[in-house]
Design a protein around this ligand. Structure first.
Ligand code: HEM
Length: 205
């Protein structure tokens, strides 16, 4: 086997290990999150436009500072990824504008990202949410008068590119997160889910 093929296989194996560690660290927390009173209506039959708008506002207030902290860390360390192409806050803002709702103030200052592990854990949470977002998007389209261009850009995520972006995230994670950083990655992913739960609970009813 050629040397670069071997290296590529080793990187893929390492990405798979990080993926399973992070999934394992956050599975129970994700379950609590998708059953939380603020988000659960998104996948219930009677979803209203007003409930949808409140979800979007709560997510905007939580996600905006997270994206900023991730972008800052990547730029400060000149890491090899085009993070702009992964950001979704502008889509979230466009959906709120479509619904005629104001952009809320940030709910917090965002996570402390002070290591490659912390970066990987936080990026994982936002990147992974695009997968569930596709499921939610299909429900939104079926139930509300919104689509990928009008009112549901955020949950439409990266559209057809969603899995490609998810793979690009894992290639990046494998490159920047060495084995010694796994505990920090697990801790930061779980910690960020916890923050989501707390801030969603505190979001305006
Ligand atoms: C009602 C709300 C939500 C629902 C119904 C939901 C549903 C899902 C589903 C079905 C998947 C698996 C998709 C697949 O494997 O193709 C998924 C993955 C994921 N979601 Fe959610 N999600 C929700 C909210 C969120 C939020 C708010 C976050 C982030 C804070 C999040 C983070 C993740 C992550 C990180 C993964 C990837 C898990 C992995 O494979 O490692 N989800 N979600």
């Amino acid at each position: 086997m050629a040397a670069d093929q071997k290296q590529q296989n080793a990187d893929t194996d390492w990405a798979t290990t990080i993926a399973s560690e992070l999934r394992d660290a956050t599975r129970a927390l994700h379950h609590r999150l998708d059953h939380s009173p603020r988000l659960a209506p998104l996948v219930r039959p009677g979803l209203t436009l007003s409930e949808y708008g409140k979800c979007l506002q709560a997510l905007y207030a939580i996600n905006h500072p997270i994206e900023l902290r991730i972008a800052e860390y990547i730029s400060a360390h000149a890491l090899p990824i085009d993070y702009e192409a992964h950001r979704r806050i502008d889509d979230l803002a466009a959906d709120l504008q479509f619904l005629g709702l104001p952009l809320p103030a940030p709910a917090w200052s965002g996570p402390l990202i002070d290591s490659p592990g912390a970066l990987t854990g936080c990026f994982y949470v936002l990147a992974g949410s695009t997968l569930g977002g596709r499921v939610i998007f299909r429900q939104l389209q079926a139930k509300l008068a919104v689509d990928a261009q009008n009112g549901a850009k955020f949950f439409a995520g990266h559209g057809e590119q969603t899995m490609a972006k998810w793979q690009a995230f894992w290639a990046f994670a494998a490159a920047v997160c060495p084995a010694g950083q796994l505990p920090a990655a697990r801790e930061s992913a779980a910690g960020l889910f916890d923050h989501f739960l707390q801030h969603l609970e505190a979001s305006p009813q």
